[in-house]
Design a protein around this ligand. Structure first.
Ligand code: ZN
Length: 204
């Protein structure tokens, strides 16, 4: 797995490559997909591109265009799914209807994804942590800051997975809300937590 941008990950599992929110623009302090990763993905395209919602820090229409027009890979977002499980290569993907964190546009569609193969990976997108109360346990959950900034959210997050991969953190020098210190104070270097760096391979 590689973090490709703000909240984006490329999950390579059992010979199948799934990109989730993996091509995005910069929004405030949240980083875009770097040009070298945009190019790497064009050179070795994923089998499917999934998007959790249409915010720019998760979705870049310009970068997605070649996959729709020339490379021809399925591009799937919350408006395209029937919320039934589907297969891509050797993996099964289950879209989960979830609610965006905070006071986002109430008409905004948002989908999290469960990717199942020899490992099970939940990609939360910008969903509220409470969407996963009592969720069956997975090997790995990819989550934004809100899952790691309050004790109750962190307890819930740890209860649904063996490993937490934190994405969607601002550039540390532009962290106007103090999210980095909130994460540190909440998680206390818990060995379950990995803060993903863009471009660095994690676990598999
Ligand atoms: Zn969002």
């Amino acid at each position: 797995m590689i973090r490709t941008g703000n909240a984006g990950v490329l999950v390579t599992l059992d010979g199948t490559k799934v990109l989730v929110d993996g091509l995005c623009g910069r929004v405030g302090a949240y980083p875009e997909t770097p040009a070298y990763i945009v190019q790497n993905l064009l050179d070795e395209p994923p089998d499917v591109l999934l998007f959790t919602h249409a915010h720019q820090d998760h979705y870049s229409a310009i970068h997605i265009s070649p996959y729709e027009n020339t490379i021809l890979r399925p591009v799937i977002g919350p408006e395209d799914v029937s919320y039934k499980q589907f297969s891509v290569g050797n993996l099964k993907i289950t879209p989960i209807k979830t609610r965006h964190l905070g006071k986002a546009d109430p008409g905004l569609s948002h989908t999290s994804y469960l990717i199942e193969g020899s490992k099970n990976v939940l990609v939360a997108g910008d969903s509220a942590p409470t969407c996963f109360k009592d969720f069956p346990k997975v090997d790995l959950a990819v989550v934004p800051y809100a899952y790691c900034t309050t004790p109750s959210a962190w307890a819930l997050t740890k209860s649904i997975c063996d490993r937490v991969v934190l994405v969607h953190m601002p550039a540390e020098e532009e962290d106007e809300y103090g999210l980095w210190s909130m994460v540190r104070e909440t998680t206390h270097s818990d060995p379950k937590l990995t803060v993903a760096e863009i471009g660095k391979r994690l676990f598999f």
